[in-house]
Ligand binder design. Structure first.
Ligand SMILES: Cc1cc2nc3c(=O)[nH]c(=O)nc-3n(C[C@H](O)[C@H](O)[C@H](O)COP(=O)(O)OP(=O)(O)OC[C@H]3O[C@@H](n4cnc5c(N)ncnc54)[C@H](O)[C@@H]3O)c2cc1C
Length: 473
């Protein structure tokens, strides 16, 4: 049976390098001053810089990596079609300002009509079995919602219904690792219940990394320039990089929660323990893609078919087949299983993917692999993981990260209360931090917290809108 589009998208939409054209020319001197300096050229950093430019203030973005995009990174070299190594879908097209901007870039932005199936061994699930699975998802989500209204925050796993039978492992995978990069035992039930639904999959045919680079084209930025130290006060800030120092009146720091807590950037004085503890409680989960080029469609699947299996455990994966009509397929692994697998290296990841496909589709699939590539986000030095999720008890940490630290403002997906773990949330957080920084330097008038800046079309953080029982990603 094919599920309804809404049910399945709700269940699976989670989870899914382009050059910076305005990057500082090689050898050109680093600007010594800006009104606001932005650390990181991922979605949050580019959104922040664009907002500052719209307010006619001087901004410079310093980026450690050699390309724009951060955890949105499109590999245009390995295969004959773009491969999104990080995020691949945007969500919520009716309310997502990033999608509106994306549509004006000239890139090809369109919904992905996902085909959605569950395998039980070598066959597709029957209608009744799919209904059972969907009912199990509804019950699990309802349990999370109810528990989130309780006195204390607990782990999602502790309230998962015990009688999900043969669907327990699949439900755990879909709602835990696949949605957030962490297992349900490591996820706050309040954080999970507060997450806004990601209700559609909107892709950029040229890749989401390409899109972020395009949106950053006019932004003054410098690549391969890691911030090594930030000296800050309530009045101004100095950022040390290998290319020199930049003085500014405010800074926006968009590095991931894991990069922040790893201490790769030194702060003088130290960043307050309150924010550092909050970031530690919002550590990144593990999520990786194993891409296989399978010419001739040996799996017999349609364009953009999305497949999971009935699994007795979370040692499983998510397949997106024939991406965009190509012969590229990605097998996504996540959570503690994905972390252990990725730690073993790319050959072990590819071997797992091939074996898993063989189990579900027969051994011809295994012998059809022409080319492969796997991401290892936990080991990527400027990300150190995939996406944040709150440890049990830690949902308030997201708000703590939005508090100003002198003239520094944190942004990035981890700082978003309802769209954490997404590009959309990262973008929104960058705009929010930019407005706070602009107010700080007197470029916007002070407004009550949460009030929109004049002319700004920033999304509010709505109460979670979830269809009954729909998972968040
Ligand atoms: C495999 C995978 C699949 C995903 N799928 C989806 C999806 O389909 N849809 C979705 O919405 N989200 C998805 N996500 C999550 C999404 O990618 C992130 O939420 C989002 O891209 C985070 O953006 P950000 O700007 O907050 O952080 P980042 O993208 O991490 O940006 C931070 C930037 O800071 C830079 N930096 C780090 N250290 C320094 C330093 N010392 N100096 C200067 N710069 C520094 C980094 O290089 C990086 O460019 C996925 C993530 C992964 C890993």
């Amino acid at each position: 049976m094919t599920m309804t589009r809404r049910d399945f998208l709700s269940a699976f939409s989670a989870l899914a390098a382009a050059p910076a054209l305005c990057a500082r020319a090689w050898g050109a001197p680093l600007p010594r001053e800006a009104d606001i300096v932005v650390i990181g050229a991922g979605a949050a950093g580019i959104a922040a810089a664009r907002r500052i430019m719209a307010a006619n203030r001087r901004v410079i973005v310093v980026e450690a990596a050699g390309q724009v995009g951060g955890r949105c990174r499109t590999d245009t070299v390995t295969f004959d079609v773009p491969f999104d190594r990080g995020a691949r879908w945007m969500h919520n097209p009716d309310t997502n300002p990033m999608i509106k901007l994306a549509r004006n870039t000239g890139l090809d932005i369109s919904p992905v009509p996902l085909g959605q199936k569950i395998r039980i061994g070598r066959r597709n699930a029957r209608a009744g079995e799919t209904e059972e699975f969907l009912a199990a998802l509804v019950r699990a989500n309802r349990a999370f919602d109810e528990a989130s209204r309780g006195k204390s925050d607990v782990a999602c796993a502790s309230v998962l219904p015990k009688d999900l039978g043969s669907w327990a492992g699949t439900v755990e995978f879909v709602l835990g690792a696949n949605a957030t990069g962490k297992d349900l035992k490591d996820i706050s039930v309040i954080d999970k219940a507060r997450a806004q639904e990601r209700n559609a999959a909107i892709a950029c045919r040229q890749g989401l990394g390409t899109l972020i680079a395009k949106l950053g084209e006019q932004v003054p930025l410098t690549l391969s320039t890691p911030a090594s130290r930030i000296s800050w006060s309530g009045r101004d800030v100095t950022v040390d990089t290998p290319a020199g120092k930049i003085a500014a009146r405010a800074a926006i720091i968009t590095v991931s929660s894991n990069v922040l807590t790893a201490g790769n950037i030194k702060f003088t004085p130290d960043i307050p323990k309150r924010q550092l503890d909050a970031a530690a409680k919002l550590s990144l989960g593990s999520y990786d893609r194993i891409a296989l080029q399978l010419p001739g469609n040996p799996l017999g699947l349609a364009r953009d078919d999305l497949i999971i299996e009935q699994s007795a455990s979370t040692r499983t994966a998510l397949l997106l087949a024939n991406i965009g009509g190509s012969s590229l397929c990605s097998i996504d692994v996540a959570g503690s299983f994905g972390r252990e697998l990725a730690a073993q290296g790319e050959p072990a990841m590819v071997a797992f993917a091939v074996e898993w496909l063989g189990k579900l589709f027969g051994s011809e699939a295994a012998s059809a692999v022409k080319k492969s590539s796997a991401t290892r986000w936990d080991a990527a030095p400027f990300a150190l993981g995939a996406m944040s999720s709150a440890a049990p008890g830690a949902q308030p940490s997201r708000k703590i990260l939005t508090e100003p630290i002198g003239c520094m403002f944190l942004a990035g997906e981890a700082t978003h209360e309802t769209l954490w773990g997404t590009v959309d949330g990262a973008w929104d957080s960058g705009e929010r931090a930019a407005e706070a920084a602009l107010r700080r330097i007197g470029a916007l008038r002070y407004e009550p917290v949460g009030a929109p800046a004049p002319g700004a079309k920033r999304r509010r953080h709505p109460a979670p809108a979830r269809s009954a029982g729909a998972p968040i990603n």
